[in-house]
Design a binder for this molecule. Structure first.
Ligand code: UDP
Length: 384
């Protein structure tokens, strides 16, 4: 007999790789915790529903790191509960049709937003609905007010600083849960050891292995850092992930390397790559940082999206899990120090591991299951 499984809609967008990774990790955890019990669907709100030019947001995002000051001004000016709602009020005539269409085309039992720009218009359109709405905040520390709309039924945040910001933005404490950043199961349950993985990946098994990544889009000054390390001729192996940045990938492929170096585009094996590496050099993306904690990787953060990722840098540095090195010389200096002081490197690795929250995805899945049941009860009561 066919039964109608409750359906959960995940709203995300490919502005970077973090929102997608978070949604996928939660969906995977739902299936692990409640096998076969729920239907899930992911919708890229910007690409599928937003009107011009907002539907180009995922294409524009990778280029924004070239204009950090503009990004910072936009972020700071809009970061206030009243200001962000005033902005959306002005945008409402423009967004209304898209948002209503999305709700009409996706009848579900629970809506989960993992993108800060979706919450306010969706909650406005959903006013009369019995379907519950949950926000899972996928920024770590310095979270934008747009994440926190008091109309949401539940908001799940990854850290205490995010909780404080939520309260400051007017969210009632009973609507808040602090759990963690959702990370895929493969990071947690990776059974193979470093040596096995390096053999499998065809990497050098002896050299100190440095993984370089700039989020899903290969953002920030990945190239300058790679070249500086190459020029320093250190006894290391370089693993460079250009993500979806094809131009960067071709440039790096045409470079002559002084050390064993592998260059990849977007990889689906990030859990294996992280476990096989010794050090991670990365943009301060929340997803990548949370994954690195699970692998116990010492972090060198070379760039950040101003405002949005500022807090991530403080979080990593203050806890001793890595360093902030916005200049390639600092990156080289740090690696050189760690090569000559392996005890210090091991300490930083331990501190990184202490920050892991391996149960986050499954705990979020359990919280969502409860919300689905509340939605269904609401619907049944309405029918009576
Ligand atoms: N990622 C991946 N393969 C790649 C590059 C990145 O799977 O080749 C994933 C990475 O593991 C993380 C996400 O993309 O889960 C990037 O998210 P983050 O929040 O770090 O930065 P964003 O790209 O959103 O700015």
């Amino acid at each position: 007999m066919m039964t109608n499984k409750p359906k959960i809609l995940f709203l995300f967008s490919d502005t970077g790789g973090g929102h997608r990774s978070a949604a996928e990790a939660i969906i995977e955890a739902i299936e692990l915790e409640f096998p076969g019990q729920f239907k899930t669907e992911m919708v890229d709100f910007f690409r599928k529903y937003a009107p011009l030019p907002l539907n180009f947001a995922p294409d524009i995002y990778p280029h924004l790191s070239r204009y950090p000051n503009m990004w910072r001004i936009g972020y700071e000016v809009s970061d206030g509960s009243r200001r962000i709602r005033a902005f959306y009020n002005a945008m409402w005539p423009y967004l209304r049709r898209a948002v209503h269409q999305l709700l009409k085309e996706n009848p579900v039992d629970l809506i989960v937003s993992v993108h800060q720009l979706v919450n306010i218009p969706l909650l406005r359109a959903r006013l009369q609905s019995s379907v519950r709405f949950v926000t899972v905040v996928t920024d770590l520390v310095s979270t934008h007010s747009a994440w926190y709309h008091p109309g949401a039924d539940l908001v799940i945040v990854p850290t205490m600083p995010a909780k404080e910001k939520a309260l400051k933005s007017g969210l009632p404490i009973e609507k808040l849960l602090v759990i963690g950043q959702p990370v895929a199961e493969r990071y947690i349950s990776q059974a193979k050891n470093r040596l096995e993985l390096r053999n499998e990946l065809n990497w050098n098994t002896l050299l100190l292995t440095i993984l370089l990544v700039g989020g899903g889009e290969g953002m920030g000054n990945l190239e300058r850092n790679a070249i500086a390390l190459n020029d320093a001729k250190l006894p290391i192996q370089l693993i460079i992930i250009a993500g979806r940045n094809q131009q960067l990938k071709s440039k790096l492929e045409n470079q002559t390397w002084n050390m064993p170096t592998k260059i990849y585009g977007f990889v689906n094996k990030m859990p294996e790559f992280m476990k096989a590496a010794d050090i991670l050099i990365t943009k301060a993306g929340p997803g990548t940082i949370s994954e690195a904690f699970i692998a116990g990787l010492p972090l060198i953060l070379y760039s950040k999206m101003p405002g949005q990722e500022d807090g991530n840098v403080g979080y990593v540095v203050n806890q001793g899990a890595g360093i902030w090195a916005p200049n390639p010389n600092l990156v080289v200096e740090c690696i050189t120090n760690w090569i000559s002081n392996p005890e210090e490197l091991a300490k930083v690795s331990n501190r990184s591991k202490q920050l892991e929250k391996p149960n986050a995805s499954r705990d979020i899945a359990k919280a969502l299951e409860k919300q689905v049941m509340l939605s269904i009860n609401n619907k049944n009561q309405k029918r009576v």
